[in-house]
Design a protein around this ligand. Sequence first.
Ligand SMILES: Cc1ncc(COP(=O)(O)O)c(C=O)c1O
Length: 362
Amino acid sequence: MKLFIPGPTEVRPEILAELAHPAIGHRTPECARLWQTARQGLGQLMHTQNEILMLTAPASAMMEAAIRNLVRKSSLHVVNGAFSKRWFDIACANGKDAHAVEIPWGQGIPPEQLRTALEEGIAKGHPYDVVTVVHNETSTGTLTPLAPLSAVLADYPQTLFCVDTVSSMAGTEVRVDDWGIDFCLFGLQKCLALPAGMAIAAISPRGLQRAAKVENRGWFLDVLRLAKGNEKEQSPTTPSTAHLYALVAQLKHIATEGLENRWRRHQEMAVKTRSWALGHGWELFPAEGYASPTVSCIARSQGPDFTPALDALKKKGILVSNGYGDLKNKTFRIGHMGEHTLEDLLDLLQQFDEALKTEVVA
Ligand SMILES: Cc1ncc(COP(=O)(O)O)c(C=O)c1O
């Protein structure tokens, strides 16, 4: 199957070979070297000096880690899609006093609405310990600029800025330190183009200080335990060493491509996909100015029914995603992320056009 879904994405054969490394002991100098090299590379990727945490787990584990470690009592969750809703659900499931600020799906997050919600929390006597935001809502193909939100949060130093960059990291600009992100998380299976299996986060010094004051952080997701492991370049639990080899190799590959070139490649694919979609009478689901550079979410509007074409493509071994949840059959999503090139994308769009014609004739 050729994957044009918004993750997991295509993995290069060289990386598949890295995954075939024989297992090594996780308390060996070789493993410590891999751990250290991966953390250094991740710091560069994220533009941060913050502590880098790594877990053998899906990205959702780090969403839960943010809640368990940083929330003493109340949390605020900006919800504008399925994954931002998940973060709210995780906080509720952990017994936190969780509050959601609902934004229509496909809209970006207005900074002033964030300020209003923060003020309300203070006025009602439950100032928020954290605010959670999903940078790139994979469910709707919507990217929210973070710098304006960061500027608001500068006025609320007790509220830590937690950001999910699962489908944006390595595909578009993310500057953890410049944007004051206290907890920035992602997985490997999107724009990094590795198989799923590790969750990554960068936590700020004030995030670590907060964690020290939070009770019941649990064991597996305790950021202080993870940070302590880093002192010896070790994971507290047995990590997937196969993923460590692959991660180190892929970070090197990304540095060779050049991060800005990688961002540009994603943007070029997005621009092409959008004009192709509009040319068919479809619409972009996200509000104007918020369309994601890594995943395009396309709505039916006046265009032809795309669902038979999705099936026809699948028969040809090409996977494009239907809409997420309630958006199924109303939207579809093309993931132009990871290692795909403009050429790959043009090929996909041509095959899509053929699939659409076949269905009209049939
Ligand atoms: C924005 C976003 N956040 C979180 C997740 C959850 O990732 P995982 O399945 O690795 O837990 C996803 C998965 O698609 C996602 O797109």
